[in-house]
Each structure stands twice: as structure tokens, then as C-alpha cells.
Ligand binder design. Structure first.
Ligand code: GLN
Length: 448
């Protein structure tokens, strides 16, 4: 039924790069047999899952929505894919994204532009826009994205989904094609918080193949007590997240969420968290620096696209990279190379790293007083396709509420909290302390 729906409706939405029809039906048949024989089918038995196209899937194309990896078939499964399969989930397809996860609208894909199912003239957000749109369009009950600076939470807000960026290290990055390794995390898009908790149980856990993976090997249980109340929960609302640039309709919706939380017995207090703009600068410096290094491997020799005409090795590399990388990826590579180059390193990269430390400390201090920090997910509503493509700075500014969370390695969830007059979804972001996903999910469950 899901495959039929995708075939019928995805030509309008463009959520998928690859549909795995044959493989999915085969897996479904195997599960059918298991059910008939009374065998266990796992926590996600039979659930179709769509995966962002920067997460490796054995035998299935993993393109990162880039011409560079247009023909790349991963020889192995990412750890999250293995975990999903072990839990009985069925990989139904690979979803569209901004090239190498760089962007906030999914318009940077080399292949297609994904539309927001709520309004086909609007972007679904990004960079995991394909996964967000696929969930909203009913193409799969669970989709997977990656979040380096907001790429799960912002598209979740734009498409009316629940989207979780876990604590850095909670979910293995093995098999996630790196954008900025110290910020990247994989997480789920779901219809509600219970599904989110269930999928996190499957996705999380120590992985010896990821050196930054959490040490604790005990299985986390997020479903038990999900519905415990939030009486006495301390919530901090940073006033800097409600200043100039915030859409008044979003402001109003978030205030509605605050009211609801108070009515349920939480204490909500405004406080100062003076990091939004400096965090944005630190993010774009650190993420571009790491990207320039991570993307150096695409040289036309070892991986992916190779130019047809060249003389000598240097021209091979230059031509391959010039022809295959899109505009935004090139912009980040140049920016990253610049801030890392001798002479500019101290002025930019080193400064950004100091700022990063400061941002972590500011959050640590705040979490001494609060269990949860609440903010809008995005300052703006889903915008028109093509509206911001000519102005990258405008696009970067829209990430102001999400990037700091990655800089600090914290978990954060975006859940729907209302609609604009133009019937576009609005998301509220709840931020937790490191590895406090259980508390975060409880708060989100009560609020949704
Ligand atoms: N929009 C941000 C960027 O372009 C975040 C992307 C992401 O989280 N992958 O860098």
C-alpha cells in the first residue's frame, strides 16, 4: 500500500531519490512467513522506513543528492540501517536532501526539488526535506534524517512532524556520509512522540565502529513512563530566542505551548542565553571547516564522479570537483579551506572553537537551573520555492535557533504546536541536557 501511494503521489512531492520496491516486497514476504510460523518479527516488524540518501544502505544507491556520488552503491549498511533491519523494519527507499546535507530547503539537491506536502509552492525545509515530506505525505510511518545544524528539526517543523536530534554520540554515525563530523547526528521523523521514543530505542546505543559513540552499553528504555506527568518540571525560555526576526504567528504559537505547559504543572521562567548570533557564526565556521576536510576525499580517483577530459592528475582532480560539486558545496569548501588556512586560522577557526567552548558552558550553566529549554524551532514559516536561493546569508540566518544545539552536542526535539493563518505548520523546540532524552520525550509527549 505504501509503495502504491508513493508511485501515485511522489511525482508531485519528489521526496524520493530511490524507491526500493523489489527489495521491500521481498522483505515483507519474509516477514509474512515469520508471522505464519509464529516467529518474533522485532520491535519495528514490518514497518516501512525511508532513509535519507546520505546514510549507507548495502546494495542500494547512496548519492548524498550529489552528482559526485550519483552512481555510488554502498557496499555496507550504516549501523542505524543494520539496527532498523534487525528490528524488522523494511527499507522502502532513499530520500532527497540538500547536497551533502548543506542547506535548509532541499533546493540544493543535484536531482530534484522536494515540495512541502502542505503547500506545493513551499519548501519542506532541509536538509532532510525528503524524509520530512515523505512522512507527511504518508509514504512511510517512520523516516530517518541527519542533523548537523537543524536538518531534522527544521524540516520537521516545516512539515508538521516530530523530529529528534539525539545527544551527540547516542546514535552511531558509522555509515553516515560525513558533513561535519563533530556535529552530525542521525535521528527519526515520526507522526508522534511515542513513535519517536520507540524508534530511538532501536537507533541508539554504543557502536565500536564509531569512535565518538556513547560508552554506556545498557539499552535505553524511552517508552516506559513516557506518560508520566510534568508536574514540577523546570523549563527555561531564553529571551534572546524571541527577538527581532521571529515571525509573530510563530511567537504566538510558542506562547500557547508555554501556557499549556504551565497549566500542566511545569514552572516556566524566562532567562538570558546570550548566544544565538555568535553561535550561528561559530557553526558556519566549524561546519564548513570540517566539510572542506571531509569532502577532500572526492577527488575523482577513489570515489564517485570522474571528469572525462583532463591532462595529468591535478587537472583530473580539479575538473572532477569543478564539474560535480554544486554551488553550495563549493561555497562551503571554499569557506572552510579559508578559515583553516595559515594566517586566517587564528582569526576564524580558533576563535570559533573558543566560542564553541563558551556556548557549551552557557548551556551547562542553564541546565543547572532548568530541566528543559524551550524555543521556536525556526524563526520563519516554510518559505516559497526559489525565494531564498539567491541569498545564502538569508538561508543561514534561518538556522539561528537550531545550530547552537549541535555546537553544544545537546539533544533537541521539534514537535508541532499549531498552524499559521495560511495553514502552514509551526514547530516548538525542546532542548535537553546531554543524554536526557527520556525527560525530553516525556515533556514532548505531554505537550503534543
Ligand atoms: N542548514 C544548516 C546548514 O546548511 C544545517 C544543515 C544540517 O543540519 N545538515 O549547514
Amino acid at each position: 500500500a505504501y509503495i502504491d501511494r508513493i508511485k501515485r503521489l511522489d511525482p508531485k512531492i519528489n521526496a524520493f531519490i530511490t524507491l526500493c520496491e523489489e527489495m521491500a516486497l521481498k522483505e515483507a514476504a519474509i516477514l509474512d512467513d515469520k508471522i505464519e510460523n509464529g516467529e518474533e518479527i522485532g520491535q519495528l516488524g514490518g514497518i516501512p522506513v525511508a532513509i535519507k540518501d546520505n546514510i549507507c544502505t548495502k546494495g542500494i544507491k547512496t548519492s548524498c543528492a550529489s552528482k559526485v556520488l550519483e552512481d555510488f552503491i554502498a557496499p555496507y549498511d550504516a549501523t542505524v540501517v543494520k539496527k532498523l533491519k534487525d528490528a524488522g523494519a523494511i527499507i522502502i527507499g532513499k530520500t532527497n536532501m540538500d547536497e551533502f546535507a548543506m542547506g535548509s530547503s532541499t533546493e540544493n539537491s543535484a536531482f530534484k526539488i522536494t515540495k512541502n506536502p502542505w503547500d506545493l509552492g513551499k519548501v519542506p525545509g532541509g536538509s532532510s526535506g525528503g524524509s520530512a515530506a515523505a512522512l507527511t505525505a504518508g509514504f512511510a510511518p517512520l523516516t530517518i534524517g541527519s542533523d548537523t545544524g537543524g536538518s531534522i528539526r527544521q524540516p520537521a517543523a516545516f512539515c508538521g512532524n516530530v523530529g529528534l536530534k539525539p545527544t551527540y554520540g547516542l546514535v552511531s554515525r558509522y555509515g553516515l556520509i560525513a558533513f561535519a563530523s563533530s556535529l552530525d547526528q542521525i535521528g527519526p521523523f515520526t507522526k508522534d512522540v511515542r513513535d519517536c521514543a520507540l524508534s530511538l530505542e532501536v537507533l541508539q546505543g554504543n557502536d565500536p565502529l564509531d569512535a565518538t559513540s556513547v560508552n554506556d552499553t545498557a539499552t535505553k528504555d524511552y517508552l516506559t513512563d513516557l506518560d508520566a506527568g510534568i508536574e514540577g518540571l523546570k523549563i527555561g525560555v531564553p529571551k534572546e530566542f524571541f527577538q527581532e526576526g521571529l515571525d509573530p504567528e510563530i511567537d504566538e504559537s510558542i506562547k500557547g505551548s508555554i501556557k499549556k505547559l504551565k497549566e500542566m504543572g511545569a514552572t516556566v521562567e524566562e532567562f538570558s542565553l546570550p548566544i544565538t548570533e555568535s553561535g550561528l557564526s561559530a557553526y558556519y565556521i566549524v561546519s564548513s571547516a570540517e566539510a572542506s576536510s571531509n569532502l577532500a576525499r572526492y577527488d575523482g580517483v577513489r570515489y564517485g564522479y570522474r571528469a572525462e577530459t583532463f591532462e595529468g592528475i591535478e587537472e583530473l582532480i580539479v575538473n572532477s570537483r569543478s564539474e560535480a560539486f554544486g554551488k553550495e558545496a563549493k561555497r562551503r569548501i571554499m569557506l572552510g579551506t579559508y578559515v583553516l588556512s595559515s594566517g586566517y586560522y587564528d582569526a576564524y577557526y580558533k576563535k570559533a572553537m573558543l566560542l564553541r567552548k563558551k556556548i557549551k558552558n552557557v548551556f551547562n550553566e542553564a541546565f543547572k537551573r532548568y530541566d528543559i529549554i524551550l524555543s521556536p524551532t525556526s524563526p520563519i514559516l516554510p518559505f516559497g520555492i526559489g525565494e531564498k536561493t539567491e541569498d545564502p546569508l538569508q538561508m543561514y540566518l534561518a538556522d539561528i535557533y537550531t545550530v547552537n544545539i549541535n555546537i553544544a552536542g545537546l539533544p533537541a526535539i521539534s514537535i508541532p504546536c499549531g498552524f499559521s493563518k495560511s495553514k502552514l505548520p509551526i514547530g516548538v523546540q525542546l532542548i535537553g541536557h546531554h543524554y536526557a532524552e527520556k525527560k525530553l520525550l516525556q515533556a514532548a509527549y505531554n505537550l503534543e
